[in-house]
Design a protein around this ligand. Structure first.
Ligand SMILES: Cc1ncc(COP(=O)(O)O)c(C=O)c1O
Length: 378
């Protein structure tokens, strides 16, 4: 079965007359546990909850696939209260004092801060690495974990996940890929050889800008057990309502992703034709330095694109004049949004840098609106 069929049908209940097609959220703190609690995964909801299980099954299917060797694998996923909770779980489960984590220098800024402000101070060596394709084998020497993000937010750098995974494994390191911008439908890091595929499902996975969620997917059951234990012990878990909303939303991911990625491509091509635009960063453009690698490892180039206008003032005029680009942070929603990214600090980008997330509106309307907003820049 194809992805959309699998995803849509994965949440159907068994055919029992009079029963609803889909299970509702299970609201429980403790569950009945007479006798031996090992008889059920559901004892206390900080550990497991049936609504999480349903969501994890759906995400696990999306992350499953075939390795380059042709061998099929089944991924398992664990869901978290946010993308950052998912990232923290990998760091907490894997890193110990004295370990080295090689961090791609354009990883999401909160990940960099978390590693540098906390893990580094607890004795983990955080080794910032140059952006692709300059990651050298010697930068991986002695590493326990390589952390990459591809395409990266907001600079849209593309990393060759298969090549880096091979190099990291040769050096004895585990590989984690933050797969937030493409989602597992757009790119499967585990099939490319990574050990962890992590995403902020706050973004395209759920796509309606109304909840926070994250997940970690793995092939290896020992790694899964460590991540699972971290989640239970730290306890920052998601509620069943969020898990259920996510399940509803994920059913339309194939439709949303297809439309928003098509829109992103059309918008990127349009921006290239405009003199006010200094540069456009989108892996779907043949002019993007990572295009060839992206075309090899991605099924969709993603809904996020970035572009640079002359300066801060030009970017502010553009965003102010636009009527259809909702000014907001985050990305991956059905609503097209954009922001001047430098207003947050933390990334090495120009003042006129705009990160945009293409939504699912009619692209002609978006392009008409952007045309008049660009015309307003003097
Ligand atoms: C690439 C990336 N990773 C992780 C996160 C963190 O996700 P969350 O906001 O769901 O905690 C974000 C959030 O923007 C992100 O863009």
């Amino acid at each position: 079965m194809r992805d959309s069929t699998k995803i849509i049908r994965s949440t159907l209940t068994r055919t029992v007359a009079g029963e609803p097609l889909h299970a509702g959220p299970v609201f429980a703190a403790p569950f009945h546990t007479p006798g031996d609690p090992a008889d059920t995964p559901y004892t206390y909801a900080r550990s497991h909850n049936p609504t999480w299980t349903a969501l994890e099954k759906t995400i696990g299917q999306m992350e499953s696939g075939q390795l380059a060797s042709g061998e099929s694998y089944r991924a398992t996923a664990l869901v978290f209260a946010s993308g950052m909770a998912a990232c923290s779980a990998v760091f907490g489960a894997v890193l110990r004092p004295g370990d080295v984590v090689v961090l791609s220098s354009n990883a999401y800024f909160a990940v960099r801060v978390l590693l540098q402000e906390y893990f580094a101070k607890m004795g983990v060596e955080v080794r910032p690495a140059l952006t692709e394709p300059k990651l050298r084998e010697d930068q991986l020497a002695g590493a326990r974990l390589l952390w990459i993000e591809s395409p990266s937010n907001p600079t849209m750098d593309v990393y060759d996940i298969a090549a880096l995974s091979e190099a990291a494994h040769r050096a004895g390191a585990l590989v984690a890929v933050d797969n937030t911008t493409p989602t597992p439908l757009g790119q499967r890091p585990l099939a490319l050889g990574a050990d962890f595929s992590i995403a902020s499902d706050t973004k395209s996975m759920t796509g309606h800008s109304d909840l926070l969620l994250g997940h970690v997917a793995v092939r290896d059951l020992e790694l899964r057990a460590k991540i699972d234990q971290w989640r239970t012990l730290t306890g920052g878990v998601l509620g069943p309502m969020e898990a259920w909303l996510a399940l509803r939303s994920i059913a339309t991911l194939p439709l949303r992703l297809e439309r928003s990625c098509e829109n992103a491509q059309r918008i990127a091509e349009f921006l290239l034709t405009r003199a006010e635009v200094v540069s456009v960063l989108y892996p779907g453009l043949p002019t993007h330095p990572g295009h060839e690698v992206a075309a090899r490892q991605m099924r969709y180039f993603g809904p996020v694109l970035s572009f640079v206008l002359r300066d801060k003032q030009a970017a502010e005029v553009f965003l102010g004049k636009s009527k259809l680009l909702t000014e907001a942070t985050s990305f991956g929603g059905v609503t097209t949004s954009a922001e001047r990214r430098a207003r947050w600090g933390g990334d090495a980008i120009a003042e006129g840098f705009i990160r945009m997330s293409a939504g699912c509106e009619a692209v002609e309307d978006l392009i008409e609106d952007m045309t008049q907003a660009l015309d307003a820049i003097r």
